[in-house]
Design a protein around this ligand. Structure first.
Ligand SMILES: *Cc1c(COP(=O)(O)O)cnc(C)c1O
Length: 431
């Protein structure tokens, strides 16, 4: 074995003093762990220690790391072209990808806009809804409805439909557009709603739909806003109300897409098709940033018959060939992988081994759906202390607020998943 080079401490000092990490302070920085390589479900730290990954690098690395097939797809595409502009030019990797997306997404979604990140795909979805309503002569329908505790990204349009408290709307109150929030669905994934309870939603739509272009939501799983799994009945009801009130339904499947919840897309749990859908995160298997916004023929046609005559968006790196080529290979791998039985096996093990942690006094709730396991604590978790504990225990788990959660790569084996769960259990015992 070659000697591991240890990480230069002056680099770490620069990192702490000059580089913002997601949601961090530069005056009171939290520790960061230098990773030098990653392979399978393991991250390798600069000191040679290996960590089993419980996060899939935020929902993305579904095949694990350093995947030979994805590496080959990348080098193969690199030898042709890394990038070329998408204005007036097209290429096979993008066409192949969009064709595949149309094929695998819920019925009716057949027009594709390639975006460069999840947040941008949400901005695009919101602009589509606005252009659509404008073209229909409904320019007064220029607000959005959404659910409290949601998360749709960090750019300003996306942020304006994130949870008002989690997104600190008061800080940006004169800057952010104001939208309309309904309460988080109270019923869990496995629970039914009765019509009475959903009546409140009807009332809300009656009062507010005349100013709303669309309802935007994360189907079934609210991710970064609280890791809450809610009843498919609720999603069905929202679909029905959007139809009745001439509002579009935007499904943000950026976290839930590509098998994570046990269905290929979470909308399938409720058997509904949205009018606009965003995908991202796992689209390239965690290799590159890429996202897409899909919509129906009817929405696209209406937009293009509107005043602008075109859809008004076009990022510089739109349809990046390298990202598209990797996404094509990632989807091929996923679809050929027998993903349903893999997710089922992960779900079964999570239910067997993680749910019992709910007996601990400091634990408020434990929930599992597909390849997602969540331990909700009574009190907020000290993130840097927890991270240090987990690193010492050989796993990579990054809690937020009072949530310790894992969504491992789909390729994880039973003993490695067991190791992750034991680490969480040990953390809870040592609190
Ligand atoms: C992560 C996420 C986004 C934002 O995606 P980025 O690629 O970080 O911009 C939007 N919506 C949901 C549901 C997400 O989980």
């Amino acid at each position: 074995m070659p000697q591991e080079s240890t990480f230069d401490t002056s680099l770490l000092t620069f990192d702490q003093e000059n580089i913002w990490h997601p949601y961090t302070s530069l005056t009171n920085p939290l520790p960061t762990y230098p990773v030098v390589s990653a392979s399978g479900v393991r991250l390798k730290l600069a000191d040679g220690k290996e960590l089993i990954d419980g996060m899939s690098s935020w929902w993305t690395a579904i095949h694990g790391y350093n995947v030979p097939e994805l590496n080959d797809a990348a080098t193969d595409q690199l030898s042709k072209m890394a990038h070329v502009m998408f204005g007036g030019i097209t290429h096979e990797p993008a066409i192949k990808l969009c064709h595949k997306l149309v094929e695998i997404t819920p019925a009716g979604l057949e027009k594709v806009f390639l975006a460069d990140s999840g947040s941008v795909s949400v901005e695009v979805a919101m602009k589509m809804a606005i252009q659509y309503q404008h073209a229909k002569g409904n320019s007064h329908k220029n607000k959005f409805m959404t659910i409290r505790n949601g998360y749709h990204g960090d750019t300003t349009g996306a942020m304006s439909v994130c949870d008002p408290e989690g997104g600190m709307h008061h800080l940006f109150s004169d800057f952010l557009p104001k939208h309309l929030f309904v309460d988080q669905p109270s019923k869990r994934f496995s629970e039914k709603y009765d019509e009475d309870e959903l009546g409140q939603l009807e009332q809300f739509f009656r009062l507010n739909s005349d100013k709303c272009a669309a309802f935007i939501l994360e189907p079934i799983v609210q991710g970064a806003g609280g890791m809450w799994f809610y009843s498919p009945d609720y999603l069905k009801k929202i679909r029905q109300l959007c139809d009745e009130h001439d509002m579009l339904l935007i499904a943000d499947e950026i976290a839930t897409g590509f098998g994570r919840t046990g269905k290929f897309f979470a909308c399938e749990h409720a058997d509904i098709s949205p009018d606009i859908m965003c995908v991202g995160k796992a689209l390239t298997g965690g290799y590159m940033t890429l996202a897409a916004t899909l919509t129906t023929h009817q929405v696209a046609e209406t937009i293009c018959n509107g005043e602008a005559g075109v859809f008004m968006h076009g990022p510089t790196f739109m349809g990046n060939p390298l990202a598209c080529a990797i996404a094509n290979k990632s989807l091929e791998l996923l679809l050929d992988s027998g993903w349903q039985s893999k997710i089922k096996a992960i779900e079964k093990q999570l239910k067997r081994e993680l749910l019992p942690l709910g007996n601990a006094l400091c634990v408020k709730d434990v929930r599992v759906l597909g390849a997602i396991g969540v331990v909700e604590m009574n009190d907020p978790v000290d993130v840097s202390r927890a991270q240090e504990f987990f690193v010492k225990n050989g796993v990579w788990i990054r809690p937020f607020r009072n949530l310790i959660y894992i969504m491992p790569p789909f390729v994880i084996e039973e003993n490695d998943l067991h190791f992750l769960i034991v680490a969480i259990s040990n953390y809870i015992d040592n609190i």
